[in-house]
Write a protein that binds this ligand. Structure first.
Ligand code: SAH
Length: 213
């Protein structure tokens, strides 16, 4: 998601207490940032942040980190929390490619990927957030039973992701091609893209997977 460039977006983020300026300094000690030892769940490519903000409000006993590459998008997420910021939520403006430099082994309990960019050209496959290259990075930081939960309406990307999961030696815990009419719908929190695409009649696919350590 790329919005029109917002003048001053980067500067606004640099001054904001809810955006971690130098996240690598917390590597291995994110619990001190949150001031508790609750599990850490992250969303990569959170866009305007509705999903993670709502989860943070629903689950005060879980710590959330939302990661987004673009300042112009992240700034919309900040708007959602400025009135009443949850103490269990921070944002990071960074490319997920560097994720293993930010978190120590076993530091992350769950990774959410929602409506990730499809990168349809074969030569860009390794940029997809469910590629074997990214799964390898996630493997470095997830706890032993830590999960990746992925939602999309893009069937080719979903099929690719299922193949990568198998190829990379991960275990598929669940999958559905129509989340909104499935048993996994309970507790589902809709993302901005999910609302838009399901309103257009697109079924939403979801998979959950973990890596045997
Ligand atoms: N999760 C949101 C937005 C989906 S669009 C929703 O479901 O509504 C995908 C988002 O991922 C975009 O905002 C894009 O900027 C971000 N993104 C894509 N690649 C990324 C990467 N490598 N690191 C961090 N964010 C990324």
């Amino acid at each position: 998601m790329r919005l029109r460039n917002i003048p001053g977006a980067r500067e606004t983020l640099a001054e904001n207490d809810f955006v971690l300026q130098d996240p690598a300094q917390y590597k291995g000690s994110f619990h001190t940032l949150f001031g508790n030892s609750n599990p850490i769940h992250i969303e990569i490519g959170m866009g305007k942040g509705r999903f993670i903000t709502e989860l943070a409000r629903l689950h005060p006993d879980i710590n959330y980190l939302g990661m987004e590459k673009y300042s112009s998008v992240l700034i919309r997420a900040l708007d959602k929390i400025k009135e009443n910021p949850p103490s269990n939520l921070y944002f990071l403006r960074m490319d997920a490619e560097d994720i293993a430099e930010i978190f120590a082994p076993n530091e992350v309990d769950r990774i959410y990927l929602n409506f990730s960019d499809p990168w349809p050209k074969d030569r860009h496959a390794k940029r997809r957030l469910t590629s074997s290259q990214f799964l390898e990075r996630y493997d470095k930081i997830l706890t032993a039973d830590g999960q990746v939960i992925f939602k999309t309406d893009n069937r080719p990307l979903f099929d690719f992701s299922l193949e990568e999961i198998e190829k990379s030696g991960w275990i598929l815990d669940s999958k559905t091609y129509d989340l909104h009419h499935s048993e996994y719908m309970e507790g589902n929190v809709m993302t901005e893209y999910e609302e838009k695409f399901s309103a257009q009649g697109n079924p939403i696919h979801q998979m959950t997977a973990h890596r045997i350590k």
